[in-house]
Design a protein around this ligand. Structure first.
Ligand code: 3PG
Length: 306
């Protein structure tokens, strides 16, 4: 059995060692395809793979067709918008993710970005503090819950919107439940996005919502660039010089944002929310264990396709 780890953005070496140990202890072989620059390299490498471990690497019908022996794909991470689930189902391939394994890393980065914006990108001018400010968490999943936990240490006033999460779960975490997206944006100086990219959420955060934000509003996006309506956000930033946007996933029009709104936007050069040794170890080894379990007895506790 061959397990292919295909990561355009590689795991930390220590995580790869852990993945290798899990795979080899199960009697399978591990092949690594890291930092590949050409899709053809992925198509070649998957040809004889029984299992595939990926991060944000795109797995579409072309990759699945090239992977004639493939039985399982595990996305070492939370979001699986990079995998064509229908194409996988049609070919009898199981797709899983590893929910929660990298969420603390992403949540910590939220505060790294928030402090950076509050301190004016560390440009030497007088900024502001997070203490006592309002924070709205847009979706209260694993990352959102870690954000709430850390926000308590900053003594922020935290609320959250998540139609899939019962109010009492938020209340037990010291978070005020909010039931309308307009209220979330209207009442919070900081809004942190944690919605997945789905057909419903694509382009869903734009002019109307951002314009509701209070004076000095900061929108933090460590989720997906696709959830932003970029022209709408630009129009809002244009009309409201007090607003700021910071993202771990640069928008399509990153250059234009940076040119038009200097000092008010910041984008990491490469998505790095989950790029810590700890998150790589957690998500990578969880993925390896899930692969091994699936190949052994077909168990797939985090299957995301049917
Ligand atoms: C996720 O969905 O788990 C995060 O966005 C991390 O993605 P990455 O593995 O590409 O860093």
């Amino acid at each position: 059995m061959k397990v292919l780890v295909a990561t355009e953005k590689p795991f930390a070496a220590v995580a790869v060692d852990g993945i290798r140990e899990v795979v080899e202890n199960a009697g399978a072989t591990l092949e690594l395809l890291e930092k590949y620059t050409d899709r053809k390299q992925l198509l070649d490498a998957v040809a004889d793979a029984d299992a595939l471990i990926i991060r944000s690497d795109k797995v579409d019908a072309e990759v699945l067709d090239a992977a004639r022996q493939l039985k399982v794909v595990v996305r070492a991470g939370a979001g699986y918008d990079n995998v064509d689930l229908d194409a996988a189902t049609a070919r009898g391939v199981c797709v899983e993710n590893t929910p929660g394994q990298n969420s603390n890393a992403v949540a910590e980065l939220v505060f790294g970005l928030a402090v950076m914006m509050a301190r004016n990108l560390y440009n030497g001018t007088s900024g502001s503090e997070l203490k006592g400010k309002t924070l709205g968490i847009h979706a209260f999943g694993q990352v959102g819950r870690n954000v709430a936990r850390i926000a308590r240490g900053f003594e922020m006033n935290v609320s959250a919107l998540d139609p899939y999460c019962p109010d009492n779960v938020m209340e037990e975490a010291g978070v005020t439940p909010v039931h309308s997206v307009q209220d979330l944006y209207r009442d919070n100086r900081y809004v942190s996005l944690h919605i997945p990219a789905t057909p419903e959420t694509r382009n869903s955060v734009g002019y109307d919502l951002v314009m509701l934000m209070p004076k000095g509003g900061v929108l933090i996006n460590t989720a997906r660039k696709e959830v932003i309506d970029e022209p709408g956000l630009m129009k809002a930033l244009d009309e409201r010089p007090d607003l700021k946007y910071v993202a771990d996933i640069a928008p399509e029009r990153a250059k234009e944002f940076e040119e038009r709104f200097p000092g008010r936007v910041f984008f990491t050069p490469k998505k790095m929310g989950a790029q810590t040794a700890e998150a790589n170890i957690n998500a990578g080894i969880a993925a390896a264990r899930q692969v091994v379990d699936f190949l052994r007895d077909g168990s797939a506790p985090y299957r995301v396709n049917r």
